[in-house]
Design a protein around this ligand. Structure first.
Ligand code: NAP
Length: 305
C-alpha cells in the first residue's frame, strides 16, 4: 500500500456519497463516480470504471434506494443493488483492494422484539430489501477485503430524506400524520462517513490485523431508537429552534392506516455491538447526530465534522 491510497467513491452524489467525499478529502487521492459518469446497472461500465481507476479502496455509496418504486422495478433494483456490488467485489479482489459497501435494516422482517444482530436470519419484506440482501450475499461469496455496513433511516443535510421532506411539508401544511409503530435508528450520512473513514484508515494501516480478522458484515447505526413519529417530533423541535420553522401539528398514525406499495419492518433497530467490539467505533446517538445536521443546515459553509 502506498502512502497515498487511491479512493474510488461510487454513488458520490448521494446522501452518503457527498459526506464520504467530505470525510475522505485529504485522505489519499479521491476519484468520484456518479450516475452521470457510470451507470452501475451496466456491469461492463462498472467493471471498466474500476479497471481504469485501479483504486486501493472502493467506497460504494450507490444504490437503488426508492423503496416503493422498487416494487415495480425489481430488475433494475437488482442490477444496481445486487449485480453491481458483485462486480465491484470481483474487481476489488483482482486488485486486492478494500471494498466498503452499505446495506440496510430492511433485510429483516421486523418481527424480533430486540435489536437485530448480524447473525439473525434476514427475511426481507420488500423488493428493495431482497435486492440489498442479494448484494450482501454476492460480496460475501466473492470474499476478499470487504466491509459491509448495514445501516438504517439515513438522512443528512443533502439529498432525499425524511428530515428534508418534513421541513418541506411544514412549509406546505399545518398538520401532518406520521407513522408511530415502526421502530428504527435514524442515522446521519455525516456519522456514517466519519465512522467509515476511521475504520478504513485503521484497516489500511494494519491496526485491525489481517482481513480474516476484520472482513465481514457489521451493523452501523446511530445509537438509540425511535419511531418515525418520534423522529418527526424531534425534527420539528430542532427546526423551530434552529431554523425558525413553524412546527405543524403532528398526529401519530398506524402503519395499517398508511398503505404503501412496499411493506416495511415493524422493528428494524440494529445492535451495533459487533462494530464496537471489532473496531472500537460507536456512532453518536440519533438525537446528538440530529443536532449536527441542524448545525450544517443553519450554517451551510460550516463543516460539522
Ligand atoms: N436512505 C436510507 O434510508 C438508507 C437506509 C439503509 C441503508 N441505506 C443504504 O445506504 C447507502 C447510501 O444510501 P443513500 O441514502 O446515500 O442513497 P441515495 O442518496 O439515494 O444515493 C444513492 C446514489 O446512487 C446513485 N445511483 C442510483 N442508481 C445508479 C446507477 N444505476 N448508477 C450509478 N449510480 C446510481 C444515485 O444517483 P441518482 O440520485 O442520480 O439516482 C445516488 O447518487 C445505500 O447502499 C443504501 O442502500 C440507505
Amino acid at each position: 500500500m502506498t502512502n497515498q491510497p487511491q479512493i474510488l467513491i461510487v454513488g458520490a452524489a448521494g446522501q452518503v456519497g457527498v459526506e464520504l467525499q467530505r470525510s475522505f478529502s485529504g485522505f489519499g487521492s479521491v476519484v468520484t463516480a456518479d450516475l452521470e459518469s457510470v451507470d452501475l446497472a451496466d456491469a461492463d461500465q462498472t467493471r471498466a470504471l474500476v479497471r481504469r481507476v485501479k483504486p486501493d479502496v472502493i467506497l460504494n455509496a450507490a444504490a437503488y434506494t426508492a423503496v416503493d418504486r422498487a416494487e415495480s422495478q425489481p430488475d433494475l433494483a437488482a442490477a444496481i443493488n445486487a449485480t453491481a456490488p458483485r462486480v465491484l467485489a470481483e474487481e476489488a479482489l483482482r486488485l486486492n483492494a478494500l471494498l466498503v459497501h452499505y446495506s440496510t435494516d430492511y433485510v429483516f422482517d421486523g418481527q424480533k422484539q430486540q435489536p437485530w444482530v448480524e447473525s439473525d436470519e434476514p427475511n426481507p419484506l420488500n423488493v428493495y430489501g431482497a435486492t440489498k440482501l442479494a448484494g450482501e450475499q454476492a460480496i460475501q461469496q466473492v470474499g476478499g477485503r470487504f466491509l459491509i455496513f448495514r445501516t438504517s433511516w439515513v438522512y443528512g443535510p443533502h439529498g432525499n430524506n425524511f428530515l428534508l421532506t418534513m421541513l418541506r411539508l411544514a412549509r406546505e401544511r399545518s398538520h401532518l400524520s406520521i407513522v408511530d409503530d415502526q421502530f428504527g435508528s435514524p442515522t446521519t450520512s455525516i456519522e456514517l462517513a466519519h465512522a467509515t473513514r476511521t475504520i478504513t484508515e485503521g484497516v489500511l494501516s494494519g491496526q485491525f490485523g489481517a482481513p480474516t480478522d476484520w472482513a465481514g458484515l457489521y451493523h452501523m447505526t446511530c445509537a438509540d431508537s425511535t419511531t418515525w413519529f418520534g423522529f418527526a417530533k424531534a425534527i420539528f423541535a430542532g427546526a423551530e429552534h434552529r431554523l425558525h420553522v413553524k412546527p405543524p401539528e403532528l398526529t401519530p398514525l398506524a402503519t395499517k392506516d398508511y398503505p404503501t406499495p412496499a411493506k416495511r419492518p415493524h422493528n428494524s433497530v440494529l445492535s451495533n455491538q459487533k462494530l464496537y467490539d471489532r473496531f472500537g467505533v460507536r456512532l453518536a446517538s440519533w438525537q446528538t447526530a440530529l443536532e449536527d445536521v441542524f448545525q450544517a443546515l443553519s450554517s451551510p459553509g460550516n463543516d460539522p465534522k
